[in-house]
Design a binder for this molecule. Structure first.
Ligand code: 1QQ
Length: 391
């Protein structure tokens, strides 16, 4: 008797995940980025951009009249934090899709979880090689460094045709940084330049005396840095303090104005390739910039615009699902909705985003045409500055 009861109870429990479970109203979309830790400099910009997207799309009626609701989960800066945030969004918040995480390093740990749970992930800032290849449910709106990084290098060379000797520095404990440096190193060789110094550091380092001494000893006439925000900022600062006067190309880790206080006036002149310009003359971008400036009293940076675009991709996928199935998302089973959203994301639809026109290919890789190379220009006093389009 007891045994029969137990086995019935057990089979009920086992059957539970398969039981129909509707999508909540408003429609929950997860945002798992770093709002604490050493990479909060990026994550805070992402939260700002995502919140503007939520207000913007809800003002348009959300998903054909049903509002969306962003559920934020801090990942902090490491892999475990990203895994926990994903877990909570998938099982507790029951989101239809996830925007996140902040770092590629975290994506390689957390994305497989979402992929096996069949929950679509749209990466807002994962630029390493191999992100969409993590699985069928993983896509990105953040252009890979294979496409973006060489542009800043070409610009540095156009501005300084005498460059021959390059010092390359990178954070060896971060997947994005190791991926980006390999792209830079490849491009350096293609441009017939010579790598005279190759230096490694950790994203947690604050003292770069060893690396800077080696760079100065190599008489490099260009320095190329791949790291995250605080480490790269301190590295640039110490390079200048020790007397390096030549051009500096920074990777995506230097793509945030939140990094300006780290190197202060010594951030001046760093060249960075960008996937976004607040000046882009597009209706959706103008509206984004207007709303962003009204709330945050500053113009949006790349990570904010990319977070907006990632939320947009999921919203437009939700709209497409309703159009194609003639069913309300909120009348659908959660598992079915997640699968349908992923299918719509990978259907090749054209998205008019603040980043320009982009689309995702069937494998989840982004197609983006327009990129920019900017120069960091610090204001007198060295506390604030801007990315200014490089002529
Ligand atoms: C990655 C990156 C970082 C610089 C994003 C903040 O591009 O981890 O892929």
């Amino acid at each position: 008797m007891t045994r029969v009861f137990l086995s019935v109870a057990l089979s009920l429990v086992l059957a539970m995940p398969a039981m129909a479970e509707p999508v909540a109203k408003p429609i929950p979309i997860g945002v798992a980025v770093a709002t604490t830790s050493n990479i909060a400099l990026f994550g805070q910009e992402q939260v700002n951009g995502a919140k503007i997207a939520e207000a913007y799309f809800n003002a348009q009626g959300g998903v054909n009249g049903t509002p969306i609701k962003l559920v934020f989960q801090d990942t902090a800066g490491d892999e475990a934090g990203a895994v926990n945030a994903f877990q909570s969004l998938i099982t507790t918040a029951k989101v239809v899709g996830i925007v996140g995480p902040t770092l590629s390093q975290q994506a390689f740990a957390a994305d497989p979880l979402a992929n096996s749970a069949k929950v679509p992930v749209v990466a807002p800032s994962n630029t390493a090689k191999g992100i969409p290849q993590i699985g069928d449910y993983i896509s990105r709106i953040s252009a890979p460094m294979t496409v973006v990084a060489p542009k800043s290098l070409q610009k540095a060379l156009a501005l300084n045709p005498g460059i021959r000797k390059v010092a390359v520095l990178y954070a060896q404990n971060d997947a994005f940084s190791t991926s980006e440096t390999s792209v830079f190193q490849e491009a350096i060789k293609t441009l017939n330049l010579k790598i005279v110094s190759l230096q490694k550091f950790q994203t947690t380092d604050t003292d770069f005396t060893t690396q800077v001494t080696a760079v100065l000893g190599s008489a490099a006439d260009l320095v190329v840095v791949s790291g995250l925000a605080a480490d790269s900022g301190n590295l640039v600062k110490q390079l200048r303090q020790f007397g390096y006067k030549g051009p500096i190309v920074g990777g995506n880790g230097l793509n945030s104005p939140n990094m300006f206080p780290v190197c202060g006036a010594l951030c001046e002149g760093i060249l960075v390739a960008q996937a976004y310009s607040p000046q882009a003359d597009l209706p959706v971008n103008k509206e984004f910039v207007k709303r962003f400036e009204a709330v945050y009293k500053k113009s949006p940076a790349q990570f904010s615009a990319q977070a907006f675009a990632a939320v947009q991709a999921i919203v437009e996928a939700l709209r497409k699902v309703e159009k194609d199935t003639k069913k309300k998302i909120t009348a659908m089973d959660l598992a079915a909705a997640r699968q349908a959203v992923n299918k719509a994301l990978l259907s090749g639809m054209l998205l008019h985003t603040p980043l320009g026109e982009i689309s995702l290919d069937p494998k989840g890789e982004v197609n983006q045409k327009q990129f920019y190379v900017s120069t960091i220009r610090m204001n007198p006093g060295g506390k604030t500055g801007a990315f200014v389009l490089t002529k």
